[in-house]
Write a protein that binds this ligand. Structure first.
Ligand code: NAI
Ligand code: MG
Length: 357
């Protein structure tokens, strides 16, 4: 079976880490006899915007909808195009129109990576953040009145639906069910946000009844962020609304060392539309063009894509290769963000040969 993958590298270091992600995927495909077919697209970046006045062509939906997945780099170059235009004009269009309602981010402390948290060792941090990715606080309902006057008013409404909450909870409970600890933590703020968040809690309680084998707890988002830092070992699967999930899914990976290794998946679980796999980091204009970007976030995202296709062994093999190279912590191989003097290529070469071994 051929898996058709749309490749969109985007801006900045997206262009540098994408070839390495593809190289690692090709090595894994070769080893596990997988048939991956890549098609490259040159839209979804700021140069395309400067040339065409938009981030994507009119028919982007038609062009991409029949792919099995989208492998994405990073988008954004604030000196050329304001971030809200580049992000809303590309990535957020994919997430919404392809109904990628799950944003999934593993947070795992690996050997050889120094955690900013004192006295934490590999194994202490190993959880997933599941973020609702299509509604909630990130809504386009609202507006501005009396602009530029003393009476200026802005309103942006949070939109939560039973349909939207239940489907993300179902995914999170099922994920927890597959993990040894079978524990789900819900992010809330029902003490302060007194309409939508009690409703979120109510849906969590209702859904928990379907999963008696999963233990459930909840924390208000303020203390939850503190506990990510103080007690990361408490967590297994953490589920949150769009905003809370966004915050937790940056904080979680940050607790495991560098943003350069963190992967993410934007998933349409039913497979009606392609899911999108991308590193957590952005286009990093400060280091772009220097060949020093850490390629692991992109490579690990590729592993998540293989797992999504059902190739768990191949995905695990890629992650093991990453772990093995990190554990060696060879300063000539690992990149600067990991404390080494290596480059994108030295690190990628080491991982690709570990995948081939
Ligand atoms: P960023 O993630 O691009 O960079 C933050 C810091 O982390 C920088 O110091 C950067 O050098 C470092 N860093 C990031 N990735 C790295 C890697 N692979 N290896 C080594 N160091 C790495 O976030 P920032 O600076 O806030 O945003 C830059 C641009 O990226 C903006 O236009 C922003 O909108 C966009 N962005 C795009 C995202 C996406 O495509 N999903 C996600 C986050 C930001
Ligand atoms: Mg974020």
């Amino acid at each position: 079976m051929t898996h058709r993958i749309a490749v969109i590298a985007g801006d900045g270091i997206g262009q540098e880490v994408m070839p390495e992600g593809l190289r690692a995927l090709e090595a894994a495909a070769n080893r596990f006899k997988l048939d991956l077919a890549f098609t490259h697209f040159d839209f979804g970046n700021c140069d395309y915007y400067l040339a065409h006045g938009k981030m994507l062509p009119e028919d982007w939906f038609e062009q991409l909808k029949d792919f099995d997945a989208i492998f994405f780099g990073a988008v954004g170059w604030p000196e050329k195009v304001p971030d809200h235009i580049s992000l809303w004009g590309s990535l957020l269009q994919f997430r919404r129109r392809f109904d990628q309602y799950i944003n999934l981010r593993p947070c795992r402390l690996m050997a050889g990576v120094k955690s900013p948290l004192a006295n934490r060792k590999p194994g202490d941090v190993d959880f997933y953040v599941v973020r609702e990715n299509t509604e909630g606080e990130y809504s386009s309902v609202g507006g501005k009145m009396y602009e530029g006057t003393e009476r200026e008013i802005v309103i942006q409404e949070t939109v939560m639906s039973r349909f939207g909450i239940d489907r993300v909870l179902k995914y999170a409970f099922e994920l927890a069910q597959k993990r040894p600890r079978r524990k789900l933590t819900s992010a809330t703020k029902s003490n302060g946000i007194a309409i939508t968040m009690p409703y979120w809690d109510e849906r969590v309680d209702a859904m928990a009844k379907n999963y008696p084998d999963v233990s459930t707890d909840k924390y208000h988002i303020d203390i939850l962020t503190a506990n990510f830092v103080l007690h990361p070992d408490w967590f297994d699967v953490v589920v949150g609304s769009n905003l809370f999930g966004d915050i937790l899914s940056d904080l979680g990976p940050a607790c495991t060392g560098t943003i350069g290794i963190a992967p993410s998946a934007n998933i349409n679980p039913e497979g009606t539309f392609p899911s999108l796999f991308e590193p957590v980091h952005g286009s990093a204009p400060d280091i772009a063009g220097k060949g020093v970007a850490n390629p692991i976030g992109q490579i690990w995202s590729g592993a998540m894509m293989l797992e999504h296709f059902g190739y768990k062994a191949a995905a695990d093999h890629m992650v093991n290769a990453i772990e093995a190279v990190l554990a060696q912590a060879n300063p000539l191989v690992i990149t600067r963000d990991l404390g080494g003097q290596g480059t994108t290529l030295t690190l990628s070469d080491a991982i690709v040969s570990a995948i081939c071994r």
